[in-house]
Design a protein around this ligand. Sequence first.
Ligand code: AMP
Length: 604
Amino acid sequence: MSTSVESFADLGLSETLLKTLTEIGYETPSPIQAQCIPVLLEGHDLIGMAQTGTGKTAAFALPLMETIDVKLMKPQALILTPTRELAIQVAEALQSYAKNLPGFHVLPIYGGQSYTIQLKQLSRGAHIIVGTPGRVMDHLERKTLNLDNLKTMVLDEADEMLRMGFIDDVEWILERTPEKHQTALFSATMPEQIRRVAQKYLVEPREIKIKSATATVAAIRQVYWQVSGMHKLDALTRILEVEEDFDAAIIFVRTKTATVELADKLNARGYAAAALNGDLNQQMRERVIEQLKSGALDIVIATDVAARGIDVPRVSHVVNYDIPYDTEAYVHRIGRTGRAGRTGNAILFVAPREIRMLRTIERATRSPIAPLTLPSRADVTNKRVSDFKAKVSEVLNAEGLDFFANIVSQIAEEQNVGAEEVAAALAMMAQEAKPLQIVGEDPRPAPAPSFERDSRPRPGSFDRDERKPRSSERFDRGDKPSFESRGERPRREERPARSAPTGDMVRYRIDVGRDHGAQVKDIVGAIANEAGIESRFIGRIGLYDESSTVELPAGMPAEAANALKRTRVRGIPINLRPDEGRPDGAADRKFDGERSFKKKSFDR
Ligand code: AMP
């Protein structure tokens, strides 16, 4: 790991939070946490260059929580995120860290959610608000959100907010926050506009960057599986079952709790597995490693720290069940296989939102990591059958078969059947504990991963064809445009891949156009985020001088339509309404919408 800090206790966090971290199974701080937490606790402004998967949420959330006065039921921290998914996720993380802080309240607010509910929640009060820029701006304007008691402001994934066209909204909000507060800005990259915002609104910020030191990795076969359509546990057991040269594995997870949970689940599925984490004393740890060496265990589920230095030559596989925080951890983890001149295999599970981390690892290790196609049911069945045949052939060569052959003859005679049928019945009995055939459906393969296919809507990065409904696909797929509300919306990683939309499109007009500085990406971004319409369901956009048109799926619920009426682009309410011709007449020269759309789409 890239930091020498071994313990959260060294970072200056309170006893209450330390207790919580132990309870939720965090063993050691990630590198970004080790560096950011002390700086934020000292009250400095901060620029953190880190992406999803590095543990950045806890890096800002933990120090921020130390500043909260639970008795004061007023917003004391505001966290801006580019998407509703991230807002919910961050709010959930905060709530879990507040486990031992009775009365603590965090509120996510984002577009697409009912105002009535939000107003009720806001009037009840919250200590921390996590929101998307458009909706936060709205509540500030309506004076339903008051930031007078604000102590901390966090801009999470600032470059994403820029990409989605929210940076003006972010600045609008920053302009209206009280003078004295701490600001932390997190961004995976640092484009010029983000630097400018940082220079304007942050005071002598400390800059923290997670270095991704390049390192060469030994000749290890490296593959990744993009998590989709199936639980990680099911995918893991499928993969392990068909891997040709499987002997033993170390599986890496993030928390102590996860080591124990996964070990239990694998035991229940018949694997000889055990957890290896920092809660075990030295003697117990050595025992687990000895058992792995001797073959009494085949799988060890470990955290980074606990697995440090393990040297067990029979480890044929390392599985990164949870993606590591940085490239150094990755290199260290996969170095546990391919030892003593043997071949090694490293398998990495990557959630859609962690694709960027995958690319960082590939760059830093200068080795491509190939996508892994999940074995199908047929693959698993074939493997089980061939293992079964191998076992039978072994027994056929064993001594003492005569006694059993005699029994088979007797059964055949008594039942008046052939020996083959008796053998079939015995084979059926023999596989009862672990059936040769697996039932259930194969998941649909994940879409080809790329930055554009990350978990959030990426407005500008869809080309025109992808955003238009494809009539040829209309009737053979059951895909419907979604106007999802929070309660119904599963996390994207858990949702199966979706295809092109069905149904008709309706053209709407909005009150922002080229003269307001609006670009196609701003419009797509605002609609995607505020109404919860995935960007692929947004049709053609025509940019005019003072207004624009946008095609949206027919049958939009009133709530989404209302949300869109108040949605802003470039600070202007768009006032979405069905398009009834060209109200701005001939004077409003069409801005070559289609061509500019295409060009702009590829410009990023
Ligand atoms: P993030 O990069 O903030 O999205 O965090 C990614 C995941 O890592 C989340 O599931 C966190 O709960 C988990 N995580 C963050 N910090 C730690 C830590 N120090 N120990 C174990 N898990 C962590």
